[in-house]
Design a protein around this ligand. Structure first.
Ligand SMILES: Cc1cc2nc3c(=O)[nH]c(=O)nc-3n(C[C@H](O)[C@H](O)[C@H](O)COP(=O)(O)OP(=O)(O)OC[C@H]3O[C@@H](n4cnc5c(N)ncnc54)[C@H](O)[C@@H]3O)c2cc1C
Length: 448
């Protein structure tokens, strides 16, 4: 059968929907739509589903190269975790008692978390210093509406705020490292509104935000959850099928792949990342705001790498501040069978070639001078044409400036991605949220 036929609906359904992109957003939309009686064709460019989540083998273990940590304060992903009975594992390094940090002069220090912050309240205070008046600035973080105060916070960078915040040296180093890591770029590239919104979602608690960002992961990896979601979708899945053109016709939508296979449907859920949309041709063209945001790209272009060391090191967390260092954050993950597994984050590939073991060795030596790196691996999300970056991180003005543009539908095309979620934007949770929202928009459109 030609793919035009393959894409044609022949059974009894309420209509036919093509979902472009099989990350958490696309898989969630596929499940929702197929379970409500639509025929679903899922077109995925890569030879696997999962998008910016990718559970793969490193040093004999299944680990997540992309999205990893989840939390019960993230309603959409938590509901899926509960629904499918998933269990969690813990990344102990996120809250390790041993801290190794590098100061702004490049000097190495060893410290104890409980000496720096004897109580959770002491840790919370640091966050309050960086985000004073957080509640006043952002009282309703999950609301999609824009507010003048929010917009003010969007127009300054995280670095500008760090330069003026009333923090001790160690507090400044910690805030710098956390924000360079979670901003996935140097702090002068990222909107101050970004992690403020995480913080607000985390109940204005530094302790919760730390648990939330880097501590609890899904047993079996994100793949285990994704397989449950897509397993509940009766979708016709085409892997290794990059879409190059989407045309709206009088009665539906035509989708052309890069090998010129044509699929037709009544509506499309476009679940590609912000940074990738610009590479697909739309007819009629994408609205100017959406296209511009994609061309501008978001700032998320940091590095995440897995490192295996010789020897079993005690659990620790490592911090090195600044946008010019190879690694900002080291998380001890486990130590067994004579080896230690670390997960490291840096501000970008300019400061570290993740797969150059010698470069990683040098970077790790700043924290552990005697360490020997056996192997290191980081997936090249920035160079992959189907992500062109890591998680969404807003440049100044992008936290709110582009949200409405990114969320709005374009005729029969509805856009779903964690990159423009209302709540946990840039997270797996946000991708699931937007998959649900897009499915609802399709249902509304096709029900008449
Ligand atoms: C290194 C890293 C660490 C992260 N850590 C966390 C974390 O700890 N916790 C957390 O919650 N989130 C984390 N995230 C973010 C999270 O993974 C993403 O926000 C989420 O997975 C995005 O899902 P999505 O479906 O919106 O987009 P994606 O997962 O990017 O899915 C988009 C899909 O579209 C496909 N596609 C692209 N172009 C085309 C085309 N032309 N034709 C067909 N298909 C196409 C892609 O191949 C992809 O499968 C991390 C991300 C990265 C990269």
């Amino acid at each position: 059968a030609s793919t035009a036929e393959a894409g044609e609906y022949k059974g009894k359904s309420k209509g036919h929907v093509i979902v472009i992109g099989g990350g958490f957003a696309g898989c969630t939309a596929s499940r929702e739509l197929s379970r409500s009686g639509y025929k679903v064709t899922l077109l995925e460019a890569r030879n696997r589903l999962g998008g910016r989540t990718f559970t793969s083998k490193f040093a004999g273990e299944m680990v997540d190269m992309g999205g990893t940590w989840v939390h019960w304060s993230q309603p959409h992903v938590w509901s899926e975790i509960r629904r499918y009975g998933m269990e969690l594992d813990e990344t102990v390094g996120a809250v390790a008692e041993n801290v190794i940090y590098i100061d702004y002069d490049g000097k190495r220090h060893e410290a104890k978390w409980s000496d720096i912050w004897p109580t959770a309240e002491d840790h919370d205070k640091v966050w309050r210093k960086y985000y004073p008046d957080a509640y006043e600035m952002m009282p309703f973080p999950s609301m999609p509406f824009q507010d003048l105060k929010w917009i003010e916070t969007d127009n300054i960078t995280m670095q500008e705020k760090l330069d003026t915040a009333d923090l001790s040296e160690i507090e400044k180093i910690y805030i710098d490292c956390y924000h360079s890591t979670c901003g996935a770029n140097a702090m002068d590239q990222v909107s101050y509104a970004y992690i403020l919104r995480w913080y607000a979602h985390a109940g204005y608690s530094g302790t919760c935000i730390n648990d939330l960002g880097l501590r609890f992961k899904i047993k079996g990896g994100t793949k285990a959850l994704l397989e449950k979601i897509i397993g509940d979708a009766n979708a016709d899945i085409h892997l290794s099928t990059p879409v190059r053109k989407v045309t709206q016709t009088k009665n539906g939508v035509e989708v052309l792949t890069d090998t010129d296979k044509k699929f037709t449907a009544d509506a499309v859920v476009c679940a590609m990342p912000q940074n990738v949309l610009r590479d697909v041709e739309f007819s009629p063209a994408l609205p100017a705001g959406k296209l511009k945001a994609s061309e501008d790209t978001h700032a998320g272009s940091g590095t995440k790498l897995h490192v295996q060391l010789e020897g079993e090191y005690e659990a620790f967390g490592g911090w090195a501040p600044g946008g010019d260092v190879p690694i900002n954050y080291v998380l001890w993950d486990s130590a067994k069978n004579g080896h230690t597994h670390l997960i490291c984050f840096g501000p970008g590939t300019d400061t570290l070639d993740m797969n150059d073991t010698e470069a990683v060795q040098k970077a790790i030596e700043t924290f552990l001078p005697d360490a020997k790196v056996i192997q290191a691996f980081g997936y090249g999300w920035n160079d992959d044409p189907y992500s062109q970056g890591v998680w969404f991180s807003p440049r100044p003005g992008q936290a709110y400036g582009i949200l409405e543009d990114m969320q709005s539908s374009h005729g029969r095309i509805h856009f779903a991605s964690g990159d423009w979620a209302n709540s946990w934007r840039g997270f797996i949770d946000g991708a699931i949220e937007q998959g649900l929202v897009a499915a609802d928009k399709v249902r509304d459109q096709l029900k008449g």
